[in-house]
Design a protein around this ligand. Sequence first.
Ligand SMILES: NC(=O)c1ccc[n+]([C@@H]2O[C@H](COP(=O)([O-])OP(=O)(O)OC[C@H]3O[C@@H](n4cnc5c(N)ncnc54)[C@H](O)[C@@H]3O)[C@@H](O)[C@H]2O)c1
Ligand SMILES: O=c1ccn([C@@H]2O[C@H](COP(=O)(O)OP(=O)(O)O[C@H]3O[C@H](CO)[C@@H](O)[C@H](O)[C@H]3O)[C@@H](O)[C@H]2O)c(=O)[nH]1
Length: 426
Amino acid sequence: MDVCVIGAGYVGLTTSTVLANYGHQVYCVDKQKERVEMLRRGEIPIYEPGLEEMLVKNTKKGNLLFTTDLETAVNKSDLIFIAVGTPQDNDGRTDLRFFEGVTNELAPLIDTYKLVITKSTVPLGTNEELERKLIEKGVLKENFDVVSNPEFLREGTAIHDMLYPDKIVIGVKEYRAVQTLQKLYRFIDAPYIVTSLSGAEMIKYASNAFLAVKISFINELAKIADVYNVDITDVALGIGMDPRIGHHFLQAGLGYGGSCLPKDLSSLEHQSIKKNITPHLLQAAQTVNDSIIDHYIAKLKKEIPDYQNKKITVWGATFKPNTDDLRHSQALKLIDRLVKDGSQIRLYDPIVSPNIHNTITYKDMYDSIKDADILIIATEWKQFIEADWNKVSERMRGDIVVDCRNCLQPYTLKKNGLIYLGVARP
Ligand SMILES: NC(=O)c1ccc[n+]([C@@H]2O[C@H](COP(=O)([O-])OP(=O)(O)OC[C@H]3O[C@@H](n4cnc5c(N)ncnc54)[C@H](O)[C@@H]3O)[C@@H](O)[C@H]2O)c1
Ligand SMILES: O=c1ccn([C@@H]2O[C@H](COP(=O)(O)OP(=O)(O)O[C@H]3O[C@H](CO)[C@@H](O)[C@H](O)[C@H]3O)[C@@H](O)[C@H]2O)c(=O)[nH]1
């Protein structure tokens, strides 16, 4: 099938590449000229394991093309995916600027039948509004159907998640759209959830909200476990054994960040308030998440009252491992807070070198800890988990390792003369 994908970010690039890899002809459009030129050279603007290889293979084969020319891409395609960003505005609502920009650009280009498929995460009612606007702008009703087909991939495992999703959610008004999408996704073996446009929009928000609530739940329990000298990893393991609870998303730590959970939870909160419903649980999940940095700063202060005067190294800047994404990173929030408190930070991250006030970034993880008093693990990258702790111990001046992600083995550190401070791990 001939497919146009609008937006060459994490979702648009993964969608384009996977569809092309399974035999479709894909035109991936982005308005950023430099990004498109880069992609044409086979360089990818984001870090996503496995993506570059598959992308280059398919560009060489000619079934994956990058362009800024929306008109040609739309003309050549039967299906049009919208995968532009829907960030958070200053009030915490969804900023639909890019999505509405696409609606305006698309309207004059649709003069034969197209399936317009929304992959971007958009508030309830947005796809109905998209349909209404396209008609209002002169597109004939018989020339298009709108489909809400939210994406559930995680950064760092995007290709795997797109190939092996637990479900494919499709919000439609016309059943013919479902058949077209089943044809498009014939290489994916997953159950279909077919619902209304807003039903699909809500499934997306509900998923991310549930995950955020689950993380805040374990983080709240971690605070309680801490004061009662209980190991929270035992508690997570114990409750996770119950299949009604499950083991996933029970890792206590610095809290959730990234480009999705915080903004989607906040958006759902506003969508709820707009209809006079107070979303107590969603608000509580955010409150817990917002309180975590303060909580761990207080813990650090209790352990080392003059921590501001110590040499602190932080390992990890991104919001989670295996990505270059710094959006809403809790690690960055922690660094900001330490800097505000007067500390000078040395930072090492395997992929990014962000420019942060009073922070020196290092290219080598062991160089970053030379003469450090305190080492803080803010993101659970594999290379931190597998660090040479004897070498760490020799390089550091002090002996304190704060494991904000509960990803290390306390015993291994202790064996190497280091003091381990985890999240509720007595
Ligand atoms: N990142 C994720 O893991 C993820 C997962 C599932 C869903 N989502 C949702 O998918 C959407 C996209 O997220 P992302 O992280 O891929 O965004 P992104 O910011 O990485 O990429 C968006 C791209 O869209 C381009 N763009 C904006 N307006 C355009 C226009 N008018 N024409 C052409 N290109 C345009 C931008 O230049 C940018 O390259 C969001 O709604 C997000 O909530 C993201
Ligand atoms: O037990 C856990 C699991 C995750 N996190 C944190 O939660 C955040 C989000 O993690 P994850 O969900 O793996 O990352 P994303 O790539 O943002 O993926 C989420 O957001 C995407 C965008 O909507 C959805 O498509 C995915 O299904 C959803 O998992 C990160 O900061 C993690 O460190 C924890 O603190 N504890």
